[in-house]
Design a protein around this ligand. Structure first.
Ligand code: ATP
Ligand code: MG
Length: 252
């Protein structure tokens, strides 16, 4: 599978060090619209650090980020949002005591012409987007602390989608979820793909990678081992990239 056209995101030759440690060492990855690219590697490989340069949490020491082929400067999370980049962290930043709608609009509340927070409009909008993303979601009027892990994920995903994310970063979205919840998040990811979003997915479970990702980029000790099309490799090929740092011969 060769993907043509200008990538949605290119991270070129990115490096970042902490003290003496090269957490990310000259790494180049890219992402196309409607594509899920898995980021794999052992603990400490540099996955989260790399992706934090895109979400604006860190600034790279060297390298370039291009969106739609144009170089951009991302110095903070606000710059990332301005590029329609949204991040969903494993430890979800939801306000536990608020309901789904209040979380969806947290910090970006809808207000009436007189300047009052428009709760009913926010709930209606939340229902609308949940209908599209997760029609089984019914818990609109309870604090999100009463939701399951998967339901919380769907609120976070709805928030990103509502605010027009084109590029979604998901750092181990299913790590804390049971099989059914994982299935629900998988379905959400497929749905977002269909809508043309590009997704960077940090994922440890090879089974999920094979199922959800179009390509996988593997890191080891801060360096990129390689990027493969998942339908051209086996689970073992990917495991050997992760463990041995070796790219399979047959992969381009
Ligand atoms: N803020 C920081 N200060 C110092 N060192 C850091 C910082 N963030 C990450 N590191 C180091 O950078 C390296 C890469 O860490 P990173 O969190 O990117 O790994 P990861 O691939 O996401 O691992 P995991 O799978 O465990 O989440 C590690 O050696 C880590 O200790
Ligand atoms: Mg990490």
């Amino acid at each position: 599978m060769t993907i043509k056209g200008t990538p949605l995101v290119e991270m070129r030759d990115i490096s970042i060090s902490f003290g003496g440690i090269k957490a990310v060492d000259h790494v180049t990855i890219d992402l196309h619209p409607g594509e899920v690219v898995g980021l794999l590697g052992h603990n400490g490989a540099g996955k989260s650090t790399l992706i934090k340069c895109l979400s604006g949490a860190y600034q790279a020491d060297a390298g370039q980020i291009l969106i739609d082929g144009k170089p951009v400067t991302i110095e903070n999370p606000r710059d990332a949002r301005a590029q329609n980049i949204e991040t969903i962290y494993q430890t979800l930043a939801l306000a536990d005591n608020l309901d789904a709608a209040s979380n969806l609009f947290l910090g970006r509340e809808l207000v009436s012409p007189l300047g009052f927070v428009n709760d009913s409009k926010m709930e209606a909008e939340t229902r609308k987007i949940m209908q599209r993303l997760n029609p089984n979601f019914k818990k609109f009027n309870v604090p999100v602390s009463a939701l399951s892990g998967g339901q919380r994920q769907s609120v976070a995903i709805a928030r990103a989608v509502y605010f027009n994310a084109r590029i979604l970063i998901m750092d181990e979205p299913t790590a804390a979820l049971g099989p059914q919840e994982t299935e629900m998040v998988s379905e959400l990811i497929q749905e977002l793909k269909k809508q043309g979003l590009g997704i960077f997915l940090i994922e440890h479970d090879i089974h999920n990678v094979m199922k959800l990702c179009d390509r996988a980029s593997v890191m080891k000790n801060g360096q990129l081992v390689g990027t493969v099309n998942v339908d051209e490799v086996t689970d073992e090929d990917i495991l050997s990239m992760i463990i041995l740092g070796k790219k399979p011969e047959k992969a381009a």
